[in-house]
Design a protein. Structure first.
Length: 269
């Protein structure tokens, strides 16, 4: 641990960390920002090999002892910084006193899906909160991988990382340039691809057939447009989640969570 307190919000390393809010900088530096005690703890506990530096405030927050211990055990440098420095690095309006700079990684889609039984493919998902929430739900449901395809948001976007609350570090996350690339890898891995779409067949019929009990890759489309006809045609089946009440529809993250858990229940039944 560095005993000196980093106090200059305009220091070069502070500016470099703050620049990671931009995709171009993340790609050029090969790094991304992890904000908040929960996400930093999960980084240090599950992927300490990625952690480069932890910047923590000088206060006496409940999380500090654990973060210090995890960083020390992993051999990760931890630096004390003023609240102004933490705020300058953070993208959040109300930073929580700790940020980490981590090295980004690339997982090939085929490697991420090899041996998988439950996968979420996020195609053209643009909202970072939605992307992070679906990734977190996939992790909670025991999914084996998450794939971002097409023009989806960068999984290392600070808001995505934050909204996963650490799930980003629990399972393989890959990026495919096209949906076709992701689906080809899914088929090669023995997964049935299911498009989540309001124009699809009834989910309960597919469940009764036993379709959900086998290896499945769910494809979730753009928040506003969903999946195009061409996208749906590339999948093996299209299924819809029934609406029993008066709600017009469910948002992406809620629908994805239900479908992933429904599949997990079937696979474990």
């Amino acid at each position: 641990m560095n005993d000196a307190i980093l106090s200059n919000p305009k220091a070069p390393r502070v500016k470099r960390a703050a620049a990671l809010a931009r995709k171009k900088e993340r790609h050029e530096q090969g790094r991304f920002l992890v904000e908040g005690p929960q996400a930093v703890r999960e980084l240090l506990a599950h992927r300490p090999d990625l952690a480069e530096t932890v910047y923590a405030s000088t206060g006496t927050e409940p999380w500090q002892h654990e973060v210090d211990r995890l960083a020390s055990d992993a051999g990760v440098r931890i630096e004390r910084a003023t609240d102004e420095v933490i705020a300058a690095m953070s993208e959040t309006v109300n930073p929580q006193g700790v940020v980490a700079v981590a090295r980004s990684w690339r997982t090939e889609v085929a490697d991420a899906l090899r041996g998988a039984r439950l996968v979420a493919i996020l195609h053209e998902i643009r909202d970072p909160g939605n992307a992070g929430t679906v990734l977190r739900a996939a992790d909670a449901a025991g999914a084996d991988a998450v794939v971002f395809s097409g023009e989806s948001i960068d999984p290392f976007h600070p808001k995505v990382v934050r909204s996963t609350t650490g799930s980003l570090f629990h399972l393989p996350v890959a990026v495919a340039s096209t949906l076709a690339e992701a689906l080809d890898a899914a088929r090669d891995a023995g997964l049935t691809s299911l498009a989540a779409d309001v124009r699809g067949a009834e989910l309960l019929e597919a469940r009764a057939e036993g379709l959900l009990a086998g290896p499945v890759a769910w494809v979730f489309g753009n928040e506003a447009r969903g999946l195009s006809e061409a996208d749906r045609a590339m999948t093996d089946r299209s299924l819809k989640l029934p609406i029993y009440g008066a709600a017009e529809s469910l948002n992406l993250a809620t629908a994805a969570s239900v479908l992933l858990y429904e599949t997990a229940f079937s696979q474990r039944g």
